[in-house]
Design a protein around this ligand. Structure first.
Ligand code: ATP
Length: 323
C-alpha cells in the first residue's frame, strides 16, 4: 500500500505539491493524472525518497523510502528510462543493481525474460529503442519483486505494441496483489488500464475516485449534444430554439443542440416536414471531461482562464465532487 498524507513540496516560490493525500491500494492500478507541471514527478520522487518533503509523509508499506531496509524490495520505480550507461548491456546494468542489493543472479534472468529482453540482453543499452529502454527500466523496477510499483509516464513515446504490452503487464502486476501507480498527462492513455484515478492540478488533489465512478460523474456533468444536419438548418434552428433548445450552427447545414433529446428533435422535424440528413448524439469523451476538470490547473494554457482554487475532492468547476 502506498500512502501519501498532507504531502507538500515547495521550491522557493513554487508550491509544486500542496497538501496532497491519497492511497494506492494493493490489487489495483491507480492512474496518477494531471497536466504538465501538476506535480506528478515531484510526488513520485518524494515517494521514492529522491526528494525530501517540505511537510507531510509518503510511505510504502507504512515506511518512508529512507527507512526501507532494501528499497528495491519495497517499491520498484520507473522514472526516466533514458537514464542508463549507454555502453553497458541490459544484463550488466541489471546485474550491477542485483549485486548491490543482494539479489541472486537468477532474478536478472527472470526479469529479462519477463520484459522480453533476453534475446538482446548483451547489447549495449545505448543502442536500444525507447521502447526497449522502457522495458529495461521496468525490468529494474521488478528486480526486487516488490509489492508496489511507481511508474512515471510509462507509456510515453511507445508504439502501440509497447503500449499494449505495458498495459497487460500492469494489469497482471495488480492481479498478483501489487499496488501499481502510473502517471500520465493523458486520460486516453490510462482509461483502459486503471481501476482508480487520482487527479491533481497545481499540486492539489482534484479527484480521487474509482474509474467507473469518474466516467459516471463525467457523463452526468456533461450535457449531451445532438448533431443535426439538414438543408434547412437556419429555419429549423429557429424552430428548435423556440421549442427550448440551445442551438449553435455547425457549418452551413449543421446544428449542435443541447436541452432537447434526439427523439424530440426528430418529432419536430417530422411535424414540420423537415428533411434530416443526420441526427446523432454526441457524448463528451473522457479525455474532454478530464481536460475540463483540469483546465484551470494547466500551467501554460493557450486560453486565459481565471485561476480558481480547487479543494481536496472538489472539482474546480465547484459543481460536484467526484471523490
Ligand atoms: N527541482 C525543482 N526546482 C524548482 N522547481 C521545480 C523543481 N522540480 C519541479 N519544479 C516545479 O514544480 C512543479 C511541478 O513539477 P513536476 O515535474 O512535478 O510536474 P509533473 O506533473 O510531473 O509535470 P510533467 O508532466 O511536465 O512532468 C512545476 O512548476 C515545476 O516547474
Amino acid at each position: 500500500m502506498i500512502e501519501v498524507r498532507g504531502l507538500t513540496k515547495r521550491y522557493g516560490e513554487v508550491l509544486a505539491v500542496d497538501d496532497l493525500s491519497f492511497t494506492v491500494r494493493p490489487g489495483e492500478v491507480t492512474g496518477f493524472l494531471g497536466p504538465n507541471g501538476a506535480g506528478k514527478s515531484t510526488t513520485m520522487r518524494m515517494l521514492l525518497g529522491l526528494d525530501a518533503p517540505t511537510s507531510g509523509t509518503a510511505t510504502v508499506g507504512g515506511l518512508p523510502a529512507a527507512a526501507q531496509p532494501v528499497p528495491l524490495r519495497a517499491v520498484g520505480a520507473l522514472l526516466d528510462a533514458g537514464a542508463l550507461l549507454p555502453g553497458r548491456s541490459a544484463f550488466h546494468h541489471l546485474l550491477a543493481l542485483a549485486a548491490s542489493n543482494g539479489f541472486p543472479r537468477r532474478r536478472v534472468d527472470a526479469v529479462l525474460e519477463e520484459v522480453g529482453l533476453s534475446g538482446v540482453a548483451r547489447r549495449a543499452a545505448g543502442t536500444y529503442s525507447l521502447g526497449m529502454k522502457q522495458r529495461l527500466g521496468i525490468a529494474a523496477a521488478l528486480l526486487g519483486d516488490p509489492p508496489a510499483l511507481v511508474l512515471d509516464e510509462p507509456l510515453n513515446g511507445l508504439d502501440p505494441e509497447g503500449i499494449v504490452w505495458i498495459r497487460r503487464l500492469m494489469r497482471r502486476m495488480a492481479a498478483e496483489g501489487r499496488a501499481v501507480m502510473m502517471s500520465s498527462h493523458l486520460m486516453s492513455e490510462v482509461e483502459l488500464t486503471v481501476d482508480h484515478l487520482v487527479v491533481i492540478g497545481r499540486g492539489r488533489l482534484i479527484a480521487d475516485t474509482g474509474r467507473a465512478e469518474f466516467i459516471a460523474s463525467c457523463a452526468e456533468r456533461t450535457e449531451r449534444e445532438v448533431v443535426v444536419r439538414t438543408p434547412r438548418a437556419a429555419p429549423f434552428g429557429g424552430r428548435l430554439a423556440a421549442a427550448g433548445g440551445a442551438v449553435r450552427p455547425d457549418g452551413e447545414d449543421g446544428l449542435i443542440v443541447t436541452g432537447l433529446g434526439a427523439a424530440r428533435i426528430g418529432a419536430l422535424a417530422a411535424a414540420d416536414g423537415v428533411e434530416l440528413h443526420e441526427l446523432a448524439l454526441r457524448q463528451t469523451s473522457l479525455e474532454e471531461a478530464f481536460m475540463e476538470l483540469t483546465r484551470d490547473s494547466v500551467e501554460y494554457s493557450a486560453r486565459k482562464v481565471p485561476a480558481r482554487k480547487a479543494s481536496a475532492g472538489t472539482d474546480p468547476t465547484g459543481k460536484e465532487t467526484v471523490r
